[in-house]
Design a protein around this ligand. Structure first.
Ligand SMILES: Cc1ncc(COP(=O)(O)O)c(C=O)c1O
Length: 467
């Protein structure tokens, strides 16, 4: 996070003090918050101080806002801690991490049905955002090279994608100077349509983006239809426009539970795919992957070779240094779970998400926009008329620790406010019931029909919570 301007009066106050209950015994003077203290402190004091402050954070297990993994097995935790000090970029010093990285790239390329006759090309990244930027950058380079070779103008590259994309797509357009041609949503359609893409592409389109699991509703863009359109355009107009699939959240679900759905390298115009290892890849943040269909889709010009770490080493990432641990944790998960294990988990989370969707629909309070058919994401809006908003409800549920975001959809569906629950591995059916009960209770409190606080009642006899 970029540092905010600090309010001077707060700064002064902070200079006067920062002491937590457990840590006061270690200090005779207060510890400044916004400048480096002159003297250090004992390790246990520093630990307590930071640890205690972080108690203000939400409980990751109740964080239904994030797609990102909040729990891994103890063996994975051990592996991570054993390797936490290894910089992935030091290939010469830690060659085995690079070997394992290559294995994961190969596993994922095969999972996404890359043609076997090509060399599998891809890279681990900090997340899907970096992967998207690198993928689109490669397409920008390839587009420019093609046009330069034909003596055509390279002044006005554009990328076509829906308003349903994650902010990383807009970032790419701004950071890398590409015109974003954003296809708006409709009032009753929250994904792209092939017909709308046809109206936006031209000879300067470096690539089209389609999403397998949008951030907003968890639905998929019609990837096959967009591919077929691009095949047709290539035939008729000669524009070879690549399709980049953003499978940040769908890439580790669909191949396991819906393998017949064609969204990946089986489609000829799909030239690159990103997936977040730290979402349904079930690894902690930050880990993403970028896969290319073919070696030729990654221009050689974008690969840098450095020799100052002891060997001639190729790199295609935005950042240089990064930890190895999450890459190794991804390999651990792939070995540990195998296709069957990932399928079992994906089936369970989908089952729990659908169960929650059914219960919320049955409450009569909500219209369920996404019933988790594709991804374990449930989105609802309030049935009208309602005496409160989804923002009030989201806020109320926070009293019980549930972290569930409410937001409006992008243009032209921005009059619609929804709430989204991302169901992850640690969200059991029992938790779905507890959440459902709290949602109904919160609605009652907000409507004024239930006056009690949201906190659970304690059974006087058994000491158990009664909801
Ligand atoms: C569809 C989609 N693309 C890209 C991203 C960015 O992913 P990351 O957080 O891994 O950078 C997200 C994050 O939620 C997403 O949902």
């Amino acid at each position: 996070m970029i540092s905010k301007k600090v309010d001077i009066s707060r700064l002064e106050a902070s200079r006067r003090g920062h002491a937590s209950t457990y840590s006061t015994r270690y200090f005779e003077e207060s510890v400044p918050k916004y400048e480096v203290p002159e003297e250090g402190m004992p390790a246990n004091a520093a630990y307590e101080l930071v640890h205690d402050e972080l108690n203000l954070d939400g409980n990751p297990a109740l964080n239904l806002a994030t797609f990102v993994t909040t729990w891994m097995e103890p063996e994975a935790d051990r592996l991570i801690m054993e390797n936490i000090g290894k910089n992935y970029i030091d290939h010469f010093e830690y060659p085995q991490a690079e070997v394992i990285h290559e294995r994961v790239v190969n596993m994922l390329a095969r999972l996404f049905n890359a043609p076997e006759e090509t060399a599998f090309v891809g890279t681990g990244t900090v997340g899907s955002s970096e992967a998207i930027m690198l993928g689109l950058l490669a397409h920008k380079w390839a587009w420019r090279k093609r046009r330069q070779e034909r003596g055509e103008s390279c002044e006005k590259p554009n990328a076509v994608f829906g308003a349903d994309v994650h902010v990383s797509w807009d970032k790419f357009a701004k950071y890398f100077d590409v015109e974003p041609r954003v296809v708006p949503m409709e009032k009753d359609r929250f994904t792209l349509s092939a017909a709308a893409v046809a109206e936006h592409v031209d000879e300067n389109t470096i690539c089209v983006g389609a999403i397998l699991g949008t951030t907003f509703t968890g639905e998929a863009d019609p990837i096959k239809e967009v591919n077929d359109l691009l095949v047709e355009i290539k035939k008729k107009q000669g524009w070879d426009i690549p399709l980049h699939v953003d499978a940040a959240s769908g890439g580790f679900i669909t191949p396991f539970v819906n393998p017949e759905l064609e969204w990946d390298f089986r489609l000829p115009q799909v030239k690159s795919i990103n997936v977040s290892g730290h979402k349904y890849g079930l690894v902690y943040p930050g880990l993403g992957w970028l896969l290319f269909r073919d070696h030729d889709d990654l221009p050689e010009d974008l690969i840098f070779y450095v020799n100052y770490l002891g060997d001639e080493m190729p790199t295609y990432t935005l950042n240089f240094s990064r930890g190895s641990a999450m890459i190794l944790a991804q390999y651990y998960n792939l070995l540990r779970l195998g296709r069957r294990g990932y399928t079992r988990i994906a089936t369970n989370v989908l089952g729990n998400a659908r169960y929650l969707a059914e219960r919320l629909a049955g409450s009569g309070k909500f219209e369920v926009l996404n019933t988790a058919q594709l991804l374990p994401i449930v989105t609802v809006k309030l049935k009208e008329p309602a005496k409160f908003t989804v923002f009030d409800l989201s806020h109320k549920l926070r009293e019980r620790g549930w972290i569930i975001p409410a937001y409006t959809l992008p243009p032209n569906a921005d009059k619609i406010a929804i709430m989204r629950v991302v169901v992850k591995e640690n969200f059991s059916r029992d938790m779905a019931d507890l959440l459902y009960d709290d949602v109904v209770k919160a609605c009652g409190v907000l409507e004024g029909t239930d006056t009690e606080a949201l906190a659970p009642k304690r059974s006087p006899r058994k000491g158990h919570f009664v909801n």
